[in-house]
Design a protein around this ligand. Structure first.
Ligand code: GRG
Length: 296
């Protein structure tokens, strides 16, 4: 209980820091109003900030002065925001509601939403390049890692595999690959970049990489469980709708009980990897439970 309270306070404090840094970076942009409004609309629409919080928890496992990671945490959140804007477009998921609000292309228009996504993506890399807290070596490493996680070897590959999978049945292994690329790679970037800037060794980062892999799968299996047992409206679709039932999910492949069992397996594997990372990992351990028990 005390651990959970400490985690809640860690999350609240860091969410606030991330919020302030994000607002600062976007508000100072001197760009056309429509583009700026559209970028800020989605970036400030009430996301949980899970990826930046993971980055900061991973950094805190090895170091303290988190001013060093704040801009990077914002860059990561902006990439996540771009992916949601593009995912909601008519050419992809065609969603009208996200986080209880009209999606970007509904609030503005399709062309503006595409450009807002493009702008958030490219601005993320500008933030890293301009970050005075990072050395040139760190900037080069982080640019490569973030491009790999979010680009054609990572999230974008996961997205196209996911779209292809909509037209066929997939195996559990294929489902894991889709989620590992589509959502897991950004989680992995959060955890490995936080540890890297905190001063973790290569061996410690290797354990954290595996930890992040399982954490991404815990996130996804819980998402699938919530789709059928919880608040399905969070993705803009009523419980029991055809779209929810047709999706390739852990629940479709394993049933609810099987999905819960799988989640417990991932939780154990994640915690085992953490114990090998030789760090003050209390927040990361608590985040495993937070991810596996989240209700939205
Ligand atoms: C368009 C290249 C491209 C990629 C899109 C991440 C993604 C890939 C699509 C999102 C679709 C989706 C609902 C995926 C399931 C898991 C997921 C990423 C949920 C949203 O993440 P949260 O819960 O969102 O962290 P918030 O709203 O809290 O920021």
């Amino acid at each position: 209980m005390i651990v959970q309270q400490k985690l809640n306070s860690f999350i609240n404090i860091n969410r606030e820091k991330i919020q302030q840094a994000l607002t600062h970076h976007l508000q100072q942009l001197d760009i056309p109003d429509q583009l700026k409004d559209s970028m800020i609309y989605s970036a400030e629409a009430g996301g949980k900030r899970l990826r930046p919080i993971l980055l900061m928890a991973s950094f805190h496992a090895y170091s303290n002065d988190d001013s060093k990671v704040l801009s990077l945490a914002v860059a990561l959140e902006l990439i996540h925001t771009y992916s949601l804007i593009h995912d909601d477009l008519p050419a992809m998921d065609d969603d009208n509601v996200r986080r209880g609000l009209p999606t970007n292309h509904i609030k503005f228009d399709e062309a503006t939403a595409i450009l807002a996504g493009d702008a958030l993506l490219t601005f993320s890399f500008e933030l890293i390049a301009r970050d005075s807290h990072l050395t040139d070596e760190q900037k080069a490493q982080l640019t490569r890692l973030l491009a790999e996680a979010s680009g054609p070897k990572g999230m974008v590959a996961g997205q196209i595999l996911d779209m292809e999978a909509e037209r066929k049945a997939v195996t559990l292994e294929e489902l894991e690959t889709i989620h590992t690329l589509k959502t897991g790679e950004l989680f992995r970037f959060a955890i490995r970049s936080g540890a890297y800037l905190g001063g973790a060794t290569r061996e410690q980062i290797a354990h954290l990489d595996k930890f992040a892999h399982f954490l991404g799968l815990i996130f996804q299996v819980q998402d699938d469980i919530l789709d059928v047992t919880g608040d399905a409206e969070k993705i803009g679709k009523p419980i029991g709708s055809d779209e929810v039932n047709e999706k390739n999910t852990y629940v479709k492949l394993l049933g609810v009980d099987g999905a819960v069992e799988k989640k417990e397996y991932y939780v154990n594997r994640a915690k085992k990897e953490l114990s090998g990372a030789n760090a003050d990992a209390s927040y990361l351990t608590a985040l495993v439970d937070y991810f596996s028990k989240r209700d939205h």
